[in-house]
Design a binder for this molecule. Structure first.
Ligand SMILES: *Cc1c(COP(=O)(O)O)cnc(C)c1O
Length: 519
């Protein structure tokens, strides 16, 4: 394939994608394929020689599209939405076309610099704390991660390192180890790595100074029992103890972490000799779009020396709109903050901004400096590799830059307001004739509901039947033993008719399942 062929075939591929979008309404949100379906369509061995594009195109429908869940189908309400805009498709083409990798400034200056600039645009548009700006003279900074999970893990690793640093710098045994002559010998024996460390030889066993398990084995972190599973996974990966604190209905009625619950846990854990080091608060939980009130939790974290990370993966994008700015209230207490533009921000996966209050400072925790990565501008530029898990990184900021320039923030706001309106609309019509009740008040694009006066088992049966039917796709959730159904509106194609139709489908299925039961 040469560049001339790229011109012709590439254009055809764009047509295939455009046709997919034009026809998405005619599909079902969830495919009927069964595990292993591909074995009937794709031979066990690759072709002996190259095949034509025509032949490959012919297979796309049955291999790819037919086996795909259509996340932006107007009746796909499962999980959280994934953003979509043609602008991000164009940006991804350019990113792949450029095929550069921007782990350090010199590795691809435009990747680093456009990312810094476009993240600063977001700080302005969402009215986030000024010190998050890359252009701010302080230590704050923003970086685009691949996913919310990566963002939270980076935050946990940073919080862990910061606390290890703090513990080791206290005038205790750690200071003695780090600074006294005997301590130095001791350190040499145990090979503690410091920034000013001597060089090691291949027989040395290294314990990274800021990632010392003898220190963090005493740590404990907190999040609520409805915090995202990625927080728990992050804690596992970081090898720290964690507690999932019981949420209460309190704020907004959508479940969140009550400040008293946090205070009590900290007190208990300190009494047993543990070191509380972090709270991951959530703004917009997956189940009910609940909010942990950071303006109340923040001061507790500050007083108790806890790092505060705020996970707003889904809800955070809504801060483009003035009327949802309550979501970021208290953000000045946060040490780091993440949101996924690839959820409610109209940007295709992946685009997950993460901001640190002290990012340039945190970068030293993950500083590995092989000679082959060094460059002449490293003291005056940003090397994003220090604040992420992988080394390689694609040109994600193109998506932000394209959409904000050509589509404009007003259109994104319109989309967000529409999803909020549709969730509210659905919550009104689903309870119209009293067979269903709302489980929590609708919030942003999320509505939760259940069959009134029915058991969990009945509601589970209903949910399974709805998904078997395939016209609507949703996922359920449970909180403190109550099973409920959940709809998260996200496709830009969804309209009021789709919500009415969804209600009709749900009623029809409920009728067929429970016709003998008085509702
Ligand atoms: C979706 C979500 C995540 C995970 O985001 P990924 O980008 O899929 O890793 C984390 N937290 C919350 C609150 C979410 O809604």
């Amino acid at each position: 394939m040469d560049s001339a062929k790229l011109r012709t075939e590439g254009k055809k591929m764009i047509d295939i994608v455009a046709d997919y979008w034009d026809g998405i309404r005619q599909r079902k949100p969830l495919s009927d394929v069964k595990p292993g379906y591909i074995n009937f369509l794709v031979p066990p061995r690759p072709p002996l020689g190259p095949e034509s594009w025509e032949k490959i195109y012919q297979d796309l429908e049955k291999v790819v599209f037919n086996g795909s869940s259509h996340w932006n189908h107007p009746q796909f309400f499962a999980y959280c939405p994934t953003g979509i805009s043609y602008h991000s498709i164009m940006a991804d083409i350019l990113s792949s076309g450029l095929s550069s990798i921007g782990f350090s400034w010199i590795a691809c200056p435009s990747i680093t610099e456009l990312e810094k600039a476009s993240l600063d645009w977001l700080v302005v548009l969402m009215d986030l704390p000024e010190y998050f700006k890359n252009s701010h003279p302080g230590a704050g900074c923003g970086i685009i991660q691949s996913s919310g999970s990566d963002s939270t893990l980076m935050a946990i690793m940073t919080a862990r390192a910061a606390k290890v640093d703090e513990v080791k710098s206290q005038p205790t045994v750690y200071k003695w180890i780090a600074e006294s002559a005997v301590g130095k010998t001791f350190r040499r024996l145990f090979y503690w790595q410091r920034e000013d460390s001597e060089s090691y030889d291949s027989t040395d066993v290294i314990t990274a100074y800021y990632h010392d398990p003898t220190v963090f084995q005493h740590f404990v972190m907190y999040f609520s029992d409805i915090g995202h599973s990625s927080i728990e996974k992050g804690a596992m990966l970081a090898g720290v103890r964690y507690r999932k604190l019981k949420s209460t209905r309190s704020y907004l009625g959508n479940y969140g972490l009550h400040p008293d619950t946090l205070e009590k846990a900290i007190k208990q854990d300190k009494a047993r000799g543990w070191i509380p080091f972090m709270l991951v608060a959530t703004v917009g939980t997956t189940s009910t779009c609940g909010v942990d009130q950071i303006d109340e939790l923040g001061p507790i974290c500050k007083r108790e020396g806890l790092y505060l990370h705020v996970d707003a993966a889904y809800a955070g994008s809504f801060a483009f709109c003035q009327e949802y700015r309550y979501l970021t209230r208290g953000l000045e207490h946060a040490d780091s903050y993440n949101l996924n533009l690839h959820k409610a921000g109209m940007i295709n996966f992946d685009c997950a901004p993460l901001w640190f209050k002290n990012g340039t400072y945190a970068a030293r925790y993950f500083n590995v400096d092989p000679v082959y990565l060094a460059h002449q501008y490293q003291s005056t530029s940003t090397d994003y590799r220090h604040l992420e898990i992988p080394l390689g990184r694609r040109f994600r900021s193109l998506k932000v830059w394209f959409i904000l320039r050509n589509y404009g923030v007003e259109k994104i706001k319109e989309y967000q307001k529409k999803t909020v309106h549709l969730a509210l609309f659905f919550s009104k019509i689903i309870i119209e004739d009293d067979r269903f009740e709302l489980f929590t008040p609708p919030h942003l694009g999320v509505t939760t509901f259940r069959l009134k006066n029915h058991s969990n088992a009945d509601n589970e049966k209903l949910c399974a039947a709805i998904n078997r039917d395939r016209r609507v796709y949703l996922v359920p959730s449970t909180i403190h033993g109550t099973f409920f159904l959940r709809i998260c509106v996200g496709s830009p194609l969804t309209n009021e008719d789709d919500m009415r139709n969804t209600k009709k489908v749900i009623f029809e299925i409920a009728d067929s399942l429970f016709k003998d039961v008085s509702m």
